[in-house]
Design a protein around this ligand. Structure first.
Ligand SMILES: [Ca+2]
Ligand SMILES: [Ca+2]
Ligand SMILES: [Ca+2]
Length: 349
């Protein structure tokens, strides 16, 4: 895997969360740091142990080079825009990802947390930054297919070999958004804008339940749209994860996963490398026409069902939406080399 020690190169201050995970076999391991510039993990001594932001690396809280100066607030509290979360594309072993539960496994048949969108219209929006070449999935053939799963997966709301699912990936540096209905077919739409230029971009993926209409907006401009399968694509409340994970996929199926392919099904379904911030799930179509991209973090409203600002470094991905029947907190699953994800003092604002 290529070196992804991007933080030093772009002058960011990497703040490592304590990378302590129970790997299930060899006890507690704490991942290493990403070379100079990133601190080693701090604190945390096992499952449930504390997680903190590391002190800044040897460069301190202000980094100056001949080409750039990046000043950051001291104390690890984040700058004006706070933190974002950086994935390193490890993509194996259920690590380097955010996992948001959306359904209780059988025999529970109650409604999942509010983050289980798809029974109504929905908008999935977020900010994303990816370095050129860091995500190497090539362009995919879009249309009535599942090709989105072959991009570097940013959001995975798959169901393994079952219907009612969706996801979003980067393929050939462009966004790909796909949905599968309940026996109503599959659709993948492909964006036009090159996203992997190292800059922050606002992305909104919209799906209209009534007729399955899909649309993608990048930085407020319409990037792709197309017809898609109709009907309810939420995770079924009585859903039974398929047995494709050495047993039932209970630990991967009923989740919305950020940063990786949820089942670790193999290299054909690659993970994402880059930064994500300000993830908002809404139960309405937020945008019907081009718009000015946001200039500030989102504030919850009545249609916000989940909101993750990643300003509160791990191990919980805090949902600040205040949605009824919520919150839809997620977990941050850390590991790999370089250890990811990490919180970085870099955000779109
Ligand atoms: Ca459900
Ligand atoms: Ca259930
Ligand atoms: Ca943030």
């Amino acid at each position: 895997m290529r070196s992804l020690c991007l933080l030093g190169r772009v002058g960011l201050l990497a703040l490592m969360i304590a990378a302590c995970q129970d790997d299930g076999s060899a006890g507690t391991t704490c991942g290493g740091s990403c070379g100079t510039g990133a601190s080693p993990p701090v604190g945390g001594s096992g499952p449930g142990g504390s997680v903190g932001t590391g002190a800044a690396g040897a460069s301190g809280t202000s980094t100056t080079s001949s080409t750039s100066t990046t000043s950051t607030s001291s104390g690890g509290g984040g700058g004006a825009g706070g933190f974002s979360i950086q994935f390193f594309g490890n993509g194996t072993g259920d690590i380097d990802r955010v996992k948001i539960p959306i359904d209780e496994p059988p025999p529970d048949v109650s409604a999942g947390p509010p983050a289980d969108v798809g029974a109504e219209d929905f908008t999935l929006e977020f900010w994303i930054a990816a370095e050129p070449g860091a995500n190497d999935a090539g362009a995919v053939q879009c249309g009535e297919n599942l090709a989105w799963i072959n991009g570097n997966i940013v959001f995975d709301r798959d169901r393994y070999n079952q219907d009612r699912k969706f996801g979003l990936s980067l393929a050939g540096g462009r966004l790909v958004f796909g949905v599968s209905g309940d026996g109503t077919g599959d659709a993948t739409i492909c964006g036009d804008t090159t996203l992997d230029d190292g800059e922050w971009h606002h992305v909104a993926a919209l799906r209209r339940r009534q007729d399955g209409r899909l649309s993608l907006f990048v930085d407020g401009g319409l990037d792709a749209e197309g017809d898609g399968p109709d009907g309810d694509v939420s995770y079924p409340d009585d859903g039974v994860p398929g047995s494709f994970c050495g047993g039932p996929c209970t630990n991967s199926d009923p989740f919305l996963v950020i940063g990786a392919e949820k089942h670790d099904a193999g290299p054909a379904y690659p993970p994402f490398t880059g930064r994500v911030d300000e993830v908002r799930l809404s139960r309405v179509l937020r945008y019907g026409a081009p718009f000015a991209r946001p200039t500030t973090p989102f504030n919850p409203d009545a249609d916000t069902v989940a909101l993750y600002s990643f300003d509160d470094p791990g191990p919980v991905a805090t949902d600040s939406s205040g949605a009824a029947s919520g919150p839809s907190h997620g977990t941050i699953e850390v590991g790999g080399t370089p250890v990811g994800p990490v919180f970085v003092e870099d955000s779109p604002f």
